[in-house]
Design a protein. Structure first.
Length: 288
């Protein structure tokens, strides 16, 4: 914990000292580290120039991560040497020290982690704000900034999360449900005669074989769960509630919801960019 705090303070000092130019030519690397996937993005100013979705590996080394990241950036004809800041949301603590080392060794900057002390510009109305996943805060900040409130963000990841934001832009809390991958894997591992299946729309709700029956249960069950929770959230937030969906399976499931949510694949990355800019501005004001 002490090491993380020291790294965070070092990153703040670097920011306040002007490590990032703060111009439209600034290159920002954002990283959303989830339990199943890690999503990377590169911003030039406020423009997302490229993004990638990778498998999260808890045994990855700083060199492996650094070389892969630089190669991905170069493959998009972007200059990896122009990266002057790294902003991270992570729900996988063992990977955090690796990211810190990678950012310093391969980009010459101290990574900034979204967590306690980060200036997000959003009030967190949670019993213990430190329990809220960093990705959920990033999603909420971006959703309110882009679409206003009240709104709900549905993120289809390892878990399916629902995050409620008030009309004033306050984070109110939400719900956490098992993701489709977890549900499918549980059926496979706990039921001896049920196979592992591809998660997709089977085309009809009445399955005529084991595979299509499992697919119908997963797909239409997820839609029913989503719409049922959104009904209850709408009763709490009001008729003006907007819905934004993101995550790996957002297009598959949310696209079939009767709420017709806006699907924003880069929502988390956009939230990290917004929070980085706010945090940078606050750090500079503090030093002024």
């Amino acid at each position: 914990m002490k090491g993380n705090r020291s790294a965070h303070e070092g990153a703040l000092a670097q920011l306040a000292g002007g490590a990032n130019k703060g111009s439209v030519d600034s290159m920002l690397l954002v990283m959303d580290v989830g339990n199943t996937h890690t999503v990377l993005g590169v911003y030039e100013g406020r423009v997302l120039k490229a993004q990638w979705r990778l498998s999260t590996c808890r045994e990855v080394t700083a060199d492996e991560m650094g070389i892969l990241t630089r190669n991905l950036i170069s493959a998009k004809r972007l200059a990896s040497d122009s990266i002057d800041a790294v902003m991270v949301s992570s729900v996988v603590p063992p990977v955090n020290p690796v990211i810190e080392e990678m950012a310093q060794k391969y980009f010459g900057v101290a990574a900034v982690f979204l967590g306690p002390g980060t200036r997000t510009g959003m009030a967190i109305h949670y019993d213990n704000p430190q329990e809220v996943g960093a990705d959920r805060i990033a999603n909420s900040v971006a959703a309110f900034e882009k679409y206003g409130g009240p709104c709900v963000v549905v993120d289809f990841g390892t878990a399916i999360t629902f995050d409620a934001i008030s009309e004033k832009g306050e984070y109110l809390g939400g719900a956490i449900c098992p993701g489709l991958g977890i549900s499918a894997e549980a059926l496979f591992t706990r039921a001896a005669r049920l196979p592992r299946v591809e998660i997709r729309d089977p085309g009809r709700v009445i399955g005529t074989n084991t595979v299509s029956s499992i697919q119908a249960g997963l797909f239409y069950g997820a839609i029913g769960m989503m719409d049922g929770l959104l009904d209850r959230l709408k009763a709490a937030l009001g008729e003006k509630m907007r819905v934004v969906a993101t995550g790996g399976q957002a297009t598959l499931v949310a696209g079939a919801s009767r709420f017709k949510p806006t699907i924003d694949p880069a929502l988390t990355l956009e939230g990290l960019r917004i929070i980085y800019e706010r945090h940078l501005a606050a750090s500079r004001r503090k030093q002024a």
